[in-house]
Design a protein around this ligand. Sequence first.
Ligand code: 13P
Length: 335
Amino acid sequence: MNSDTLMNTAQTLVAGDKGILAMDESNSTCNRRFAAWGIPQTEERRRAYRELLVSTPGLDQSISGAILYDETIRQQLKDGTPFAQALTKAGIIPGIKVDTGAKNMAGFPGEKITEGLDGLRERLAEYVQMGARFAKWRGVIVIGDGIPSRSAIQANAHALARYAALCQEAGLVPIVEPEVLMDGEHTMQRCGEVTEEVLRTVFHQLYVQRMMLEGMLLKPNMVLPGLACPQQDTVDEVCEATIQCFRRAVPAAIGGITFLSGGQPAELASARLNAMNVRLASQTPWPLAFSFARAIQQPALEIWSGQDANGSAAQKALLHRAHCNRMARRGEYNA
Ligand code: 13P
């Protein structure tokens, strides 16, 4: 393991005002999003859509890295250039999602455990050969009646730490993503309590498994009220609850925080990120960046709608949302 390379990659991903474009939807998630807009769910349409994203001119002004999926890292632009190479040429660091999905956890109805550790060392070596320099693994925590259980939190934290250790061994910066879902009627306070417990457990496992914290990034949820909670807190309240939680549970040494958007409307995700950077960045030891999928891509996907003729309008929309989040990192976003 080369610690300097890992630290350098982690720092570059969150340097300045840039963030990460998550374009690593699994085939089933990508197909689900395509289906909602009547887009054919074929390998070729998925490839065409990812080509549109990767070849957006000027994307590197706001985007430092892009996370690919296994199918995507094996695909090419129409001219034959592999996506990972095209990104590198454009000044964007290629990354790769390496988990194989969140499955129902046996014995724990309603809870999930992420799979993908078997054979991971070999898969990581292959991804490194293909040009990846960082990786992502997402654990999913569900809030509901009597859940999450301690068992689900511990099992997911353990898997995240084992993944992260294998990444650093392979020379890849691990993005550690424990996502507490927004679905449900729970309050923001409950989300804060669960998120704090999850983060404490994850960082304990990372310690136990000898993670070099400077060479990793955390990709957390913001502390938010459930989507169906009658009380929807203000942007400032969300921002304060999120930062309070992280200050309590996240070590200062990590390379940075790259929020997921989790299904928040794109403008709201930017407004919340902006508020954190305006009001509280001076109180946190880490850069507060983004690693959004839907909050950057959704408007572009809707405009594209599977039609190549809409490509440049879709790229404009993608660039716009990427730029908005860059502004949010600077605390200069205007909805
Ligand atoms: P969202 O920003 O749409 O939550 O996606 C981020 C991600 O990578 C989920 O794993």
